[in-house]
Write a protein that binds this ligand. Structure first.
Ligand code: SF4
Length: 214
């Protein structure tokens, strides 16, 4: 894909190639899970993953998701963009509160950037703000083109433990099964080719901008 001359991320050739990558990713996840002897309990209609703040969304995934929303639900585009903007403001508010609180203690001030981001994402998850693309029946309205960041959450214990209040409990077996680093690096290069909003890689802020600019 890195060497093919696509007419942008929305062209048929690009979308076809990306769909094949997603199929390989699904095979990869299934293989890892089955070789580990684990049993996945994730099922259609379970919506807890969609309280998360998916980060590291690729530019081309955002473009395809935005186009799908516009084609599928033109009457909801403004409402969805506004909901994502609200989420973004909420995240900024949380970040500011957290920065203040952490600054008040020595341990907090010494937290690494990585731990700080993890804490912020976990705090956002606890707010239980569903993604605006979630259907009332708990399914994703853009399921076939949802980003990789939405596909990495896996649970091997009771789905009950995905409720944000329980996610830190010790017997909870929820995992993030992401791409291998080499594959991520290749997709990062592809991302750079199509990026329109530099530095915006959160699903919600990215889609807000793409939908507003349609
Ligand atoms: S895009 Fe779909 S899978 Fe991803 S958070 Fe939103 S509703 Fe959930």
């Amino acid at each position: 894909m890195l060497n093919r001359p696509y007419d942008g991320p929305l062209c048929r050739a690009f979308r076809g190639d990306l769909a094949r990558v997603l199929v390989w990713f699904e095979h990869y996840q299934n293989e890892v899970v089955s070789r580990a002897g684990l049993r996945l309990v994730c099922a259609k209609g379970c919506r807890y993953c969609c309280f998360h703040w998916p980060e590291d969304v690729y530019s081309f995934e955002g473009e395809i998701a935005a186009r799908t929303i516009v084609e599928q639900s033109p009457e909801r585009v403004n409402e969805i963009a506004a909901a994502f903007r609200d989420d973004e403001r909420e995240m900024e508010r949380l970040d500011e509160i957290m920065g203040r609180k952490l600054g008040e203690s020595t341990e907090g001030a010494q937290l690494s950037e990585e731990d700080r981001v993890e804490l912020l994402l976990a705090s956002y998850y606890r707010l239980e703000r569903p993604c605006a693309l979630l259907n009332p029946d708990g399914t994703c309205s853009i399921y076939s083109v949802r980003p990789l960041s939405c596909r990495i959450y896996l649970n091997f214990s009771d789905p009950f433990f995905c409720v944000p209040d329980h996610v830190d409990e010790s017997d909870v077996r929820t995992y993030l099964l992401d791409l291998e680093e080499e594959a991520s690096e290749l997709l990062d290069l592809l991302h750079e080719r199509f990026v329109r909003y530099k530095g915006i890689t959160g699903l919600r802020p990215l889609l807000a901008r793409l939908l507003e600019s349609r």
